[in-house]
Design a protein around this ligand. Structure first.
Ligand SMILES: Cc1ncc(COP(=O)(O)O)c(C=O)c1O
Length: 386
């Protein structure tokens, strides 16, 4: 199993903290946004006498409400087309297990969410990367590039929309192109849409579940982790109109018995969160993004693609080995008792040698902290390269 590039430097950060250095965590997508009160209250105020297992596919009430929530977002699915999982992570793992055998291949535009590598290894599946480039703002690579990679072992194309780690938001045309290619080659199109709400500059999110004719091919991965800042609840879901996929995923769900009961109560209540919560959160992220990008662009030798969604960006640094630099930041550097933790980007690629001079930054901290972090980065680069 590959190590998580997001978490692998944690021991160095812990050591830095023990030495009295404070660390700005730009490495992990743990938002500092408050969880909606309505979700917390639902757990505090409920009168469960037994914390029982729920149904393996998740409680009927919760799935019915999720279906209603999707219909407001232009996605018409029924309760039975949803399986509640322990986070989007388990949804991905069940999906891989349900549609692929050991030795099969999944094509993924890279850089991609690093744990796709882990889920693939766990499922015996091989990732076949199609490269997207920082100079193109990480847009969908030409469709011919996908076609070149399709073999008899290819079972699926997986996209993350909006993207982690790139912040890229796919256009309607790009989703249509992908839809055509999966239909032509009889593949699944898995769309990880856990950041659906987080789109900026008036851009709209286009789900694979909105595309007509994709009923048998589309599988959507979702999660409450980021939407409601409920990462620790561990609730996500698989959504598909393909009955065989759902029936197979259900067997995986039965093997692990049930998703967490209290967390389903919180997630069900969270569905009542008012739009004003999201409006405020989006405004906050736009400000953070704008601040971060503006500050980064002022450092010589730094390149950054402007994200249109999610809350991450890939940053190219004037260093040879961002892994070494990220560790050095924690082990040897501080600016007035403070340093930063970033995620080296090589772990977000599966092509060896790519991303070695890049890091991923999550803009999940307040504006002032982001400004302080970039100041630290700027000074660190001067000292590291001296
Ligand atoms: C793109 C993407 N997919 C899935 C997940 C899994 O999230 P969770 O298991 O918390 O729902 C994450 C978490 O950061 C993510 O960034």
């Amino acid at each position: 199993m590959p190590q998580s590039p997001i978490r692998k430097l944690v021991p160095y950060a812990e050591d830095a903290k023990k030495r009295g250095v404070s660390v700005y965590h730009l490495n992990i997508g743990q938002p500092d946004i408050k969880t909606p009160k309505i979700a917390l209250d639902a757990v505090k105020n409920n009168n469960l006498e037994i914390v029982a297992y729920s149904r393996s596919e998740g409680s009927e009430e919760y799935r019915t409400k999720i279906a209603k929530y999707y219909s407001k977002n232009n996605i018409r699915v029924t309760t039975n087309e949803i399986i509640v999982t322990t986070g989007g992570s388990e949804a991905l793992l069940f999906t891989f297990g349900s549609i692929m055998d050991a030795g099969d291949e999944v094509i993924i535009p890279e850089p991609f969410y690093a744990n796709y590598n882990g889920f693939s290894v766990a499922s015996g599946v091989n990732v076949v990367p199609v490269i997207s480039k920082i100079d193109d703002n990480f847009a969908l690579p030409p469709i011919e590039e996908f076609e070149k990679l399709i073999s008899s072992k290819t079972k699926a194309i997986l996209i993350c929309n909006p993207g982690n780690p790139t912040g890229y938001l796919y256009s309607k045309e790009e989703i249509k192109k992908l839809a055509n290619i999966v239909k032509k080659h009889n593949l699944f199109l898995i769309a990880d849409e856990v950041y659906r709400e987080f789109t900026y500059d008036g851009e709209k999110h286009h789900s694979v579940m909105e595309v007509g004719g994709l009923e048998d091919y589309a599988i959507m991965i979702d999660s409450v982790s980021k939407r409601y800042s409920m990462c620790g609840a561990r609730i996500g879901c698989i959504v598909s109109r393909n009955k065989e996929v759902i029936q197979t995923a259900l067997k995986f769900a039965q093997a692990r018995l049930s998703p967490p009961t209290y967390a389903q109560i919180a997630s069900e209540a969270a569905l009542e969160t008012p739009q004003s919560y999201f409006d405020d959160v989006i405004n906050e992220y736009v400000e953070r993004r704008n601040t971060l990008i503006k500050e980064l662009q002022q450092i010589e030798g730094v390149k950054v693609a402007t994200p249109k969604g999610a809350f991450y960006c890939i940053v190219e640094l004037p260093v040879k080995n961002a892994d070494d630099f990220a560790q050095w930041l924690l082990e040897e550097f501080n600016l007035n008792g403070e340093t930063i933790m970033v995620a080296p980007a090589a772990g977000f690629y599966s092509t060896k040698g790519l991303g070695e001079n890049q890091v991923r930054i999550a803009y999940v901290l307040k504006k002032e902290d982001l400004i302080a972090s970039v100041k630290i980065l700027k000074e660190a680069l001067i000292q590291y390269n001296a």
